[in-house]
Design a protein around this ligand. Structure first.
Ligand SMILES: *Cc1c(COP(=O)(O)O)cnc(C)c1O
Length: 222
């Protein structure tokens, strides 16, 4: 697992919160979004100081890795909110529903069906984001842009999932893609916009992100 000096992580947290507030203040009427601290590859020792500093939302991209470190952290801090931001195999859906509080990688019908069943079985109706392949990149996950509105409608109607927003990992020059995702969310009648990472969270905020997912700028390089 990667290492990071705890005091520097807490200092970086304050710095990022300041940058987020300044980015939001640049546009009239924008609220400061939720910061999801992406802790993948970092162990509990690196995470604990941020929890102590008041950080509540965390993101992980692998179910297996999250199961190794989060049950204990969550037991000690019941108000933490854990986001799954990586690809989810249907055979891990049961574990994911048991551990996570928000699913951000909902991207296909089979997964929607299995998640809905698991949430019902466990009586844990978790909020979900539909992941959109906003740059139509072959190597990236997500629903094609042109299928997004129909897929969101099916997730809500047919599967009864609580879809609260859209999530994307856009191409490098992300600005136009953030705008496109915001527009798509408006069309779908969704308020949640999970976009912006270490390199571009300020741009994402100015384009209406309601949550940003920041890893390396917080914990250091992986
Ligand atoms: C790793 C990851 C992030 C954080 O990326 P950084 O560039 O380290 O901030 C955000 N979102 C997803 C889906 C990720 O996998």
């Amino acid at each position: 697992m990667s290492q990071t000096a705890p005091e520097s992580a807490v200092r970086r947290l304050a710095d990022i919160q300041g940058r987020m507030a300044r980015a939001a203040a640049r546009i009239e009427g924008l609220a400061v979004p939720t910061l999801v601290a992406v802790s993948k590859t970092f162990d509990a020792e690196a995470i604990t100081p941020l929890i102590a500093a008041g950080q509540r939302h965390f993101g992980e991209n692998r179910v297996q890795e999250a199961m190794a470190k989060w049950p204990a952290l969550k037991a000690a801090n019941p108000d933490l909110v854990l986001h799954l931001i990586g690809p989810l195999q249907t055979n891990k859906a049961k574990d994911a529903v048991a551990l996570f509080d928000v699913i951000e990688s909902l991207d296909r019908d089979k997964l929607a069906r299995v998640l809905a069943q698991e949430m019902q079985n466990q009586a844990r109706p978790l909020p979900c984001y539909v992941q959109v392949n906003i740059g139509a990149e072959a190597q990236k996950a997500g629903v094609p842009v042109e299928d997004t509105l129909d897929f969101v409608a099916r997730c809500r109607g047919e599967y009864g999932l609580e879809v609260i927003g859209l999530m994307a990992i856009p191409p490098l020059d992300a600005g136009p893609y953030f705008a496109k995702l915001a527009d798509l969310a408006r069309q779908a009648g969704l308020d949640g916009l999970s976009m912006g990472m270490s390199a571009d969270f300020e741009t994402a905020i100015m384009m209406g992100a309601t949550q940003v997912r920041v890893g390396s700028a917080l914990f250091g390089t992986r």
